[in-house]
Design a protein. Structure first.
Length: 426
């Protein structure tokens, strides 16, 4: 079934009343849902959603001559934080009938086979915006024409896309040859040679993670293969102290990035940035109990404490990082990355930072990195947590077991005999 938009019979009455009374069209709200109408349904006769989910937005609105342009939107923003993942298949727009002063449905829309998969709101992920521009042509016969938004796809195509990209990572086996190495200028002499392994699947925005196969570990050690590699447009660049005596087998994982404000929710990195750990500005540390006496905070508003940091020191700065005993442990705090060291570095250290957001499921899932779980309060109908107040006559031991405090001024037999006990009384 194709997508379609149509003023309802009540909507036609609203438009007619606006023209007759010279009153403006007062739009009130948008509702979105997951229902799908049958093939033979007249959209003008649909006056409510088949399967209501939540509210939408009215974006841009303008009119030119006899045409009314509306931009219907849905955003998985903070206002929809409690809305789970769903398939957007319909929406309805409401307006005020100037003749009666009542709110009534103006138009109903179905996306047909073009259902849109809407992930839930998640802290650390950019807000997704789904736009559905439409044009109402008011003439002798009121009707509506449709302008499909760019990038609208069918449900089956959407699932194929998710299957190919949802994981946000690709894995491949590679062979690092013993010939073809070139003189390197990237690392300032720290690694004299490099090798570019070409692949059309590799982009500069990817984060590479290279794992040497056990049988090739000795060859990698002898040639001084750098543990850090770089992605370039269409290639992976590897560095070494000398040409390997034999080919080296390795497994390459490429972690993709989801650009900010793209609306893509996945297990890809939410951001990647180049950072500098300066020689100055390190502060005395109290987090590590003296294990690492100093730390430095890299401040950036894109860094959130629920994101997982992956720091890669560039090859030319590995010696500097080693000399100051840069800690392999780093942590994200609200608005900053905290890096630890035994002592401040002698010179600036350049590195690449990837911020990872964990997502359990593309459709129907919940964000694994979207904030801490909050245990609901128990009630007569909700399973949840209870809090034992001081003076209630109850105690909780170290294992979480609740018992009656024998020393408290509360008779156990009052409970067992069914007497009413006020646990809120101090």
């Amino acid at each position: 079934m194709d997508y379609g938009y149509k003023p309802t019979t009540k909507g036609r009455e609203i438009l007619a009343a606006c023209m007759a009374l010279g009153a403006p069209l007062e739009l009130t709200r948008v509702l979105v849902g997951s229902g799908r109408v049958s093939e033979d349904t007249n959209l003008a006769d649909v006056h409510e959603l088949l399967q209501y989910v939540t509210t939408g937005y009215i974006g841009d609105r303008r009119h030119e001559n006899d045409r009314l342009y509306l931009d219907i939107q849905y955003q998985n923003d903070k206002d929809h934080a409690n809305v789970p993942a769903f398939m957007l298949g319909e929406f309805i727009v409401y307006a005020i009938n100037p003749a009666t002063g009542k709110e009534e449905d103006l138009l109903y829309a179905t996306l047909g086979d073009y259902l849109q998969s809407i992930p839930p709101y998640a802290i650390g992920f950019p807000t997704g915006i789904w736009q559905f521009p439409i044009v109402l042509i008011v003439s002798d016969e009121i009707n509506v024409s449709v302008t499909a938004p760019a990038g609208l796809v069918t449900y089956s195509d959407l699932i194929k896309l998710f299957n190919s990209r949802a994981a946000g990572a690709a894995k491949m086996d590679i062979t690092i040859p013993a010939s073809g190495w070139a003189k390197d200028q990237d690392t300032g002499g720290a690694y004299p040679i490099h090798m570019d392994i070409a692949s059309t699947d590799i982009t500069e925005a990817m984060i590479p993670m290279l794992t040497i196969i056990p049988s090739s570990l000795e060859a990698a050690r002898v040639c001084g293969l750098c543990p850090v590699s770089r992605t370039m447009p269409g290639a992976l660049r590897l560095y070494a102290k000398s040409v390997p005596a034999d080919t080296i087998s390795a497994s390459l994982t490429l972690l993709d990035t989801a650009p900010q404000h793209s609306g893509l929710a996945s297990s890809a990195a939410t951001d990647r940035m180049d950072i500098i750990l300066p020689a100055d500005g390190w502060a005395e540390d109290t987090d590590t109990g003296g294990e690492y006496p100093v730390h430095f905070d890299v401040v950036d508003e894109a860094i959130q404490d629920n994101l997982i940091p992956l720091l890669t020191v560039y090859p030319e700065h590995l010696n500097t990082a080693g000399n100051c005993n840069l800690s392999p442990y780093i942590r994200t705090i609200p608005g900053a990355l905290r890096v630890y060291a035994k002592r401040p570095p002698d010179s600036d250290i350049k590195a690449s930072l990837a911020l990872l957001g964990v997502y359990q499921s593309m459709v129907g899932g919940t964000p694994g990195g979207g904030g801490a779980y909050v245990l609901p309060a128990a009630s007569a109908t909700v399973l949840g947590g209870v809090r034992v107040r001081e003076g209630s006559g109850l105690v909780v031991d170290g294992s979480g077991n609740i018992a009656i405090d024998a020393a408290a001024d509360l008779e156990a037999e009052d409970i067992y005999n069914g007497s009413k006990v006020n646990f809120d009384q101090e």
